[in-house]
Ligand binder design. Structure first.
Ligand SMILES: [Zn+2]
Length: 424
């Protein structure tokens, strides 16, 4: 219940539309259909479906042979890859995560960055001369012990992927994994890194930043595909500015066309490329079409994702030519309360408050409305996972105190009037 509360409150305003939490398939579809009527739908050229064959009439009892479900045999290869990725729950350290590595990465013979025996990141290079580091993370917010498989509604008519079990879909960041694999297979120049443990505090990318700094400095652009919606080129993450406005503007112009428009966005939260801001000039994060990540209403706009792949392939040469202007030796931060950092007072880093709570847009009043520390279970429910981690790291004593308080409430019940000031 607590988790549900937090999830609903974490839904953000950037989404163009919000599903009904008790949605039916139709109520999910309708908002996107509305979007699609506004913009011209681009026909995506995917591998042609195999023609249907007529089954021969049987005249005697046949030997039983396995039947391939028709939707699998007729699904284009790129869509099948997306389906294979999304139907795995890939919690950090889970069987599903291992399966993803075995199915999608191992066949491409990646280099592995390891901390002793533990894999931290998988690296595939298509062109060692390229200065672009393409990034994504393979883990999802699912639990390590979760079953590896999940049922995904994969609606190719409306081009939306979603689920009906009130658990996260994992398009964060399955969409990014798929996109990088597609770019690799298309031969787009670059070095591709698939990080582990992003949802557990950027475990893989933090390790790589700490141990492979000289290697990272050989790149001038680190581009993650781990951002919701269909419109953002992130210029700031929780650690401050990560990418110049000029670079984000140029990237947005290169990718935008009559169907989608991408522009600089300073409301990024935290993903792997935030670890590289002191090493690589331009560190950004680009929308990959998922919405309501980390929640039971997460879904993926597959039409946008396919469009983005095609645009990246078309514009790959020009992307390499975009000047990298930010000086990584100069960090541009602004202190934010509660351990976060950002740029403008108007940026909505306070994402979980955007639906459940309404704050005055005036910066001073907004600042006053924010508690400095979580003081009760509800405050914790209203925090995002990574914000909670940062607060615990910053205030371990307060965190321990809060844990005692919450545990006592759980074991003995919340304090009553009799408990206050009447010690016996
Ligand atoms: Zn993510």
């Amino acid at each position: 219940m607590r988790r549900t509360t937090r999830i609903i409150r974490s839904t953000v305003t950037h989404c163009h539309w919000q599903p009904d939490p008790h949605h039916t398939k139709d109520t999910i579809m309708n908002p996107l259909k509305t979007i699609k009527t506004i913009k011209t739908i681009k026909t995506i050229n995917t591998t042609k479906a195999k023609p249907k064959t007529t089954k021969p009439m049987l005249v005697s009892a046949p030997t039983l042979t396995p039947v391939v479900p028709p939707e699998r045999s007729e699904r284009p290869a790129d869509m099948q890859m997306l389906y294979d990725i999304l139907t795995l729950k890939r919690g950090h350290g889970s069987i599903g995560e291992q399966k993803l590595v075995a199915q999608q990465l191992t066949p491409r013979n990646p280099s592995v960055i390891r901390d002793r025996a533990t894999d931290m990141a998988y690296v595939i290079t298509t062109d060692p001369q390229s200065d672009v580091l393409w990034c994504c993370h393979i883990d999802t917010v699912h639990a390590m012990a979760d079953d590896a498989r999940q049922v995904v509604q994969f609606d190719t008519a409306t081009m939306v992927a979603y689920k009906n079990d009130n658990q996260p879909l994992g398009a964060d960041d399955g969409a990014g994994v798929w996109l990088l694999l597609q770019l690799i297979d298309a031969g787009v120049p670059g070095t591709y890194v698939f990080f582990r443990g992003e949802e557990r505090g950027c475990i893989g990318s933090r390790y790589v930043a700490r141990t492979q700094a000289d290697w990272l400095k050989t790149f001038s652009k680190a581009i993650a595909f781990d951002r919701r919606d269909t419109c953002s080129v992130i210029t700031h993450q929780s650690t401050g500015r990560c990418c110049s406005d000029a670079f984000a503007t140029d990237m947005g112009k290169l990718l935008s066309d009559a169907h989608y428009t991408l522009t600089p966005d300073d409301t990024g939260v935290y993903t792997d490329t935030a670890q590289f801001t002191s090493l690589i000039s331009e560190c950004t994060n680009i929308s990959v079409g998922y919405y309501n990540e980390h929640s039971g209403s997460e879904m993926l706009d597959m039409e946008y994702l396919l469009w983005l792949r095609d645009r990246l392939i078309e514009q790959a040469d020009l992307i390499h030519q975009v000047p990298s202007t930010r000086d990584p030796s100069k960090q541009e931060d602004m202190y934010r309360p509660w351990g976060g950092f950002g740029t403008s007072p108007a940026s909505d880093w306070w994402e979980y408050g955007t639906v459940g709570n309404t704050y005055d847009s005036a910066p001073s009043k907004k600042a006053k409305a924010k508690p400095q520390h979580p003081e009760c279970a509800e405050d914790v429910c209203n925090m995002r996972y990574r914000e909670l981690v940062r607060w615990i790291e910053k205030e371990p004593d307060l965190a321990a105190e809060l844990m005692y308080q919450l545990a006592e409430d759980l074991v003995y019940g919340p304090p009553t009037g009799d408990d206050l000031g009447t010690g016996v």
